[in-house]
Design a protein around this ligand. Structure first.
Ligand code: ASP
Ligand code: MG
Length: 317
């Protein structure tokens, strides 16, 4: 990948920081409210760019919907309604303000129409492309909800579909980032952005022809890292439901040890081996640009989490 990310001090004195919230963090109204509080607090020290996953389990549902829709005797309407119900309930529990709820309802309707059309295309000739639109719906439904929740707490926001930021090849389902074009698109967008704190879809990319792609399961981690890389962020924060990274899955192994600090290369080796629960390519752009990653717990923001950084800087805390 090419080097030389832009200086994070290009526009103001506050650095850009990418905050990524995983599906378990935004899978409930309480989680979304927590996330919004954390973003709001972050605005004191940085210019946040927020990246969100789909609500926990939503992408699994969408993958199942796509698979069922391929064998043409399908309940497209039932799946569309089911996905809609999940997000409508989340919105009702998250947003108290009538106008914001109405705004979200409009975005939801538009996205559900897209989803319905994509499910209908699953039995046609270009099922791989249609499947990516189906899968992307989880994040595309989440972004306007988190954006509305930010607006509700006085943090004016802006929803962004990363299909127009992260350029990929057309390998649907597991697309590869095209670095030069991505950096150009991301910088142009960020420089020219209207007022408002950006909230972008994780997991989603787009081809030069404007087709939606996805970056592989768990791809929101990579989306956040790519944006951090392209914007020269001072760090990426990955907010999740556990207090950092462990040597093994703490739910399954009682001898799992919490990792407070790991150096880049060790973390990369473990991530590639599927051990840290992150998309395997997450650290590549971060290491390329020397951008540290912090893994932190949405429900326990005071916990130190895990810091991943170049070996010489780890000692600085
Ligand atoms: N929602 C996508 C998935 O479940 C991407 C992500 O959460 O990182 O794989
Ligand atoms: Mg994940």
């Amino acid at each position: 990948m090419p080097d030389s990310p832009i200086s994070s001090t290009e526009c103001t004195s506050l650095p850009v920081r990418v905050l990524k919230f995983g599906g378990t963090s935004v899978g409930s109204a309480e989680g979304i409210k927590n996330a919004v509080r954390l973003v709001r607090a972050a605005t004191e020290t940085c210019r946040p760019v927020v990246v969100v996953s789909a609500a926990a389990g939503a992408t699994d549902d969408l993958a199942q919907a796509a698979a069922e829709a391929q064998s043409d005797c399908v309940p497209v309407e039932a799946w569309t309604r089911r996905v809609g119900r999940r997000y409508r309930t989340l919105a009702a529990d998250t947003l108290g303000d009538e106008a914001l709820r109405a705004r979200y309802a409009t975005a939801l309707q538009a996205e559900l129409s897209e989803l319905r059309r994509a499910l209908q295309r699953m039995s046609g000739p270009n099922a791989a492309a249609a499947r990516d639109v189906v899968l992307a719906a989880g994040e595309r439904l989440m972004v306007p909800l988190v954006a509305a929740a930010l607006d509700a707490c006085g943090c004016a926001s802006r929803a962004v579909d990363a299909a127009r930021l992260i350029r990929t090849d057309a390998a649907h389902g597991n697309a590869t980032v095209q670095w030069d074009a991505t950096r150009r698109q991301v910088r142009d967008w960020h420089r020219g952005r209207a007022a408002g704190l950006p909230v972008a879809t994780g997991f989603v990319g787009g081809t030069a022809d404007g087709e939606t792609t996805t970056l592989g399961r768990g791809g929101s981690d990579l989306s956040a890292a790519v944006l951090a890389w392209a914007l020269g962020a001072d760090r990426m924060e990955r907010w999740t439901d556990v207090d950092g990274l462990y040597t093994r899955d703490p739910d399954e192994h009682s001898d799992a040890q919490h990792l407070q600090r790991i150096d880049f290369e060790q973390a990369r080796a473990w991530t590639k081996a599927g051990r840290l629960g992150m998309h395997p390519s997450t650290l590549d752009p971060l290491i390329d640009a020397g951008i540290p990653l912090r893994v932190r717990c949405t429900h326990r923001p005071e916990a130190p989490g895990t810091r991943i950084a170049p070996a010489p800087t780890l000692a600085q805390g």
